[in-house]
Design a protein around this ligand. Structure first.
Ligand code: HEC
Length: 133
């Protein structure tokens, strides 16, 4: 959902993922496509996002709630949304979000970024795949 719908680095002038990352993502989509019929995964991703994320995250740029908007999150450096309130932990994370990092973060945010203010975990990997997908 995040990758399919919100991945628009051109809107932010962010660099596109490198060739290797794109290849990995293609492999991932192929595998995910075999395991889950895409329309279902996408529908589930939308529903899960609404249930688990939308109270704090908008998907439109420029609209921050308790958390920063997530438009263009794939390829975006952590803690880079103007006007969003970030923890010191996130500000010093020094990462650029890609599929794998989002998956790791959502599984256990404070394990990956100790001190983060985002406390919502998505322990089910199929749910993470649908949300990020
Ligand atoms: C209760 C509010 C809340 C919910 C619900 C929530 N988040 Fe967050 N999220 C935050 C806050 C606050 C931050 C900023 C964290 C920090 O600065 O440490 C954040 C940060 C993030 C970031 C890093 C953004 C950046 O600009 O670096 C991502 C990615 C993210 N959240 C994804 C999600 C997803 C996906 C969900 C649903 C599974 C979700 N969040 C649910 C509050 C929330």
């Amino acid at each position: 959902m995040i990758y399919g719908r919100l991945h628009d680095p051109s809107a932010y002038g962010r660099p596109q993922p490198g060739r290797q990352v794109r290849a990995l993502l293609a492999v991932h989509s192929a595998v995910a496509g075999l395991l889950t019929p895409l329309p279902t995964a996408e529908a589930d991703g939308e529903r899960l996002f609404r249930q688990r994320c939308a109270s704090c995250h908008a998907v439109e740029p420029g609209r921050n709630k308790a958390g920063p908007h997530l438009a263009g999150i794939v390829g975006r450096p952590a803690a880079s949304v103007d006007g969003a309130r970030y923890s010191k932990a996130m500000q010093s994370a020094a990462i650029t979000w890609d599929w794998q990092l989002l998956d790791t973060f959502l599984a256990a945010p404070s394990r990956m970024v100790p001190g983060t203010r985002m406390t919502v975990r998505v322990p089910d990997s199929a749910h993470r795949t649908a949300i990020i997908g």
